[in-house]
Design a protein around this ligand. Structure first.
Ligand code: HEM
Length: 139
């Protein structure tokens, strides 16, 4: 079980690396002068590679190994069900990032860099909730 939990935590860290960094790229992308074509194209490449190369595999493998722990080793308790709600919120946030990625790809973004700075704070709240629920198991 400890190997499965280790992989669960490793891919959780990978997922959050993307959840923290992609919205930050959106902040700077939204601040970039539309006339700076080279800069805009560079952001598009970085965002696409981060979302599909790191963030999404991290999400899938966090969920695969978490579910393996949950169902394979018979974990239960209030902490786990609230944690699954946190995971549902993370999946919605992840897919929202995918939609925003598409908006930027088509130069259709309408949101300001200030909006993205607030948007970037959401994963911080969710990682506090997820890790405290998993480690402390308060209920
Ligand atoms: C569908 C998604 C997930 C499921 C089913 C799941 C389930 C589990 C289970 C059953 C454990 C073992 C608990 C123990 O050994 O005491 C665990 C450990 C852990 N999970 Fe998840 N998890 C999921 C997603 C996440 C996410 C998104 C995070 C981060 C926010 C996370 C953070 C952790 C941590 C840090 C541990 C280690 C706890 C410890 O060893 O004390 N998990 N998870």
């Amino acid at each position: 079980m400890l190997w499965v939990k280790s992989l669960h935590i490793i891919f959780m860290v990978t997922w959050f690396a993307g959840l923290f960094y992609l919205p930050r790229l959106f902040v700077y992308h939204a601040m970039t002068d539309p006339a700076d074509k080279t800069g805009i194209e560079r952001f598009k490449v970085m965002e696409r590679k981060l979302y599909f190369g790191i963030m999404t595999p991290g999400a899938v493998l966090t969920i695969v190994f978490g579910t393996w722990l949950w169902l394979g080793y018979g974990f239960s308790g209030g902490w786990l069900y609230v944690k699954l709600a946190v995971v549902a919120a993370l999946i919605i946030y992840h897919l929202w990032c995918g939609k925003l990625l598409n908006d930027f790809k088509g130069d259709r973004n309408t949101k300001s860099h200030v909006w993205f700075r607030w948007f970037n704070e959401v994963p911080t709240l969710l990682i506090f909730a997820g890790v405290i629920l998993a480690v402390v198991k308060p209920f």
